[in-house]
Ligand binder design. Structure first.
Ligand SMILES: C[S@@+](CC[C@H](N)C(=O)[O-])C[C@H]1O[C@@H](n2cnc3c(N)ncnc32)[C@H](O)[C@@H]1O
Length: 218
């Protein structure tokens, strides 16, 4: 039963999937963490932004509000989530400021311009090969572009320690994928949310230190 529910959060589908989408859209902590993650990124009005695994589309709405002369792309492999997020962001889609695609992160589309920012919230844990996909996502970012990966562990009994471990894993994966200047931020919910922000190095900066603020020891 638990496995079935977890699978629904990894790829909501059918009637239970619509319910899972409704829960994610209405849980106060989900809204709070989406707004917080977006607030950590210095999104500019003309930015090109991608969210991977947008679920019910709360962060997409906030990104579109900030990048109001740019473009926000979203990919999610769930039909149910694409439908919900299209409804939630109908006006921005009509005015061609938001494009949503049903695809998996291991089948990335091409984009017209290099991206300024990439975001993923509680999604990476479901990707088939996260380090490889982070490398491919890095290839879509402009030099100096940013990525933010957030995690709020939802497993039973999750604590601040669970969040800290998740933060260290995200940090390590980003570093292995070639991102630099990784730093961790934490939002004190129950359990806390960790967001790891990192940069796609400009050419010739690959040798820069990989971490401005290293994660705490295990
Ligand atoms: C737990 S939900 C989180 C949704 C949203 N980011 C939030 O914080 O409310 C995970 C989302 O990631 C999507 N997802 C999981 N694996 C994916 C993949 N390989 N490619 C694209 N989307 C994926 C799921 O369909 C789901 O919508």
């Amino acid at each position: 039963m638990t496995t079935k529910i977890v699978r629904q959060f990894g790829r909501p589908h059918g009637v239970p999937g619509r319910l899972v989408g409704w829960v994610m859209a209405h849980r106060a902590s989900n809204l709070q963490r989406s707004l917080w993650v977006v607030s950590l990124l210095d999104v500019q009005p003309t930015d090109q932004v991608l969210e991977v695994g947008f679920g019910p589309g709360l962060a997409i709405a906030e990104l579109a509000r900030r990048a109001n002369q740019g473009h926000v792309y979203g990919i999610d492999h769930s039909d149910a989530m694409v439908r919900q997020t299209r409804k939630r962001n109908a006006a921005a889609i009509r005015t061609q400021r938001v494009t949503l695609l049903r695809t998996s992160v291991d089948r990335l589309p091409r984009f017209d311009k290099p991206l300024d920012t990439i975001v993923a919230v509680n999604s990476l844990g479901f990707w088939p090969n996260p380090t490889q996909q982070l490398g491919e996502l890095r290839g879509l970012l402009r030099p100096g572009g940013h990525i933010a990966l957030a995690s709020q562990p939802r497993c039973a009994g999750a604590t601040a320690d669970t969040t800290a471990r998740a933060g260290r894993e995200l940090h390590d994966r980003l570093t292995q994928a070639g991102f630099t200047q990784a730093r961790l931020e934490t939002l004190p919910l129950a359990p806390p949310v960790v967001c790891v922000l990192a940069t796609n190095p400009s050419e010739g900066q690959d040798e820069m230190p990989t971490s401005a603020s290293p994660p705490p020891p295990a």
